[in-house]
Design a binder for this molecule. Structure first.
Ligand code: CO
Length: 168
């Protein structure tokens, strides 16, 4: 498994709905959790590893009980309220920025058995869900910034990369 990073065009692909809830899917989800833990992430979308499935794994707690496999997720309710907080992404390494997100969301998705699940989330989990579902729609957190903010952040990123290559 390999993480795709910005500006890989595959990160802009919209995921395809999952129709087959089989052992293969469960195996992919399990491997995605392992990979996500290795990278110290709290969420990982299939889009980020180059798979076209509408599938993401999430775990804000890092405990086994906190594992959520989101398949074909969508929001049925967003709000009330918004929050501006720092956000980063495994596909945009080393950079973070304040991103405005809904404070509360209700998400409907399918689990690995294909059963419908309704999840009400707030705070960190609400933010992770919005971030991961964005990935499945081909959207990165930097796409949620204003053009000026994005340019500033990416310039800072390329300067940082240069400094790392040629220390002086
Ligand atoms: Co991300």
């Amino acid at each position: 498994m390999k993480i795709l990073t910005y500006p890989n065009p595959k990160l802009k692909r919209k995921a395809e709905a999952v129709k087959a809830f089989n052992k293969e899917l469960a195996k992919i989800a399990k491997e995605m959790f392992q990979f996500m833990y290795k990278l110290n992430g709290v969420g990982l979308a299939a889009t980020q590893i180059g798979l076209p499935y509408c599938l993401a794994v999430v775990n804000p707690t890092r405990q086994p009980a906190g594992e959520i496999v989101l398949i074909n997720p969508r929001f049925t309710k967003t709000g009330p309220g918004t929050v501006n907080e720092d956000e980063g992404c495994l596909s945009v390494p080393g950079l973070s920025a304040r991103v405005k997100r809904f404070a509360n969301v209700t998400c409907e998705y399918q689990n690995l058995k294909g059963e419908k699940v309704v999840l009400e989330a707030r705070e960190l989990l609400a933010r992770i869900l919005q971030h991961e579902i964005d990935h499945l729609n081909g959207i990165l957190f930097i796409d949620r910034l204003s053009e000026d903010e994005r340019k500033l952040l990416l310039n800072r990123g390329s300067q940082k990369a240069k400094d790392e290559i040629s220390p002086s």
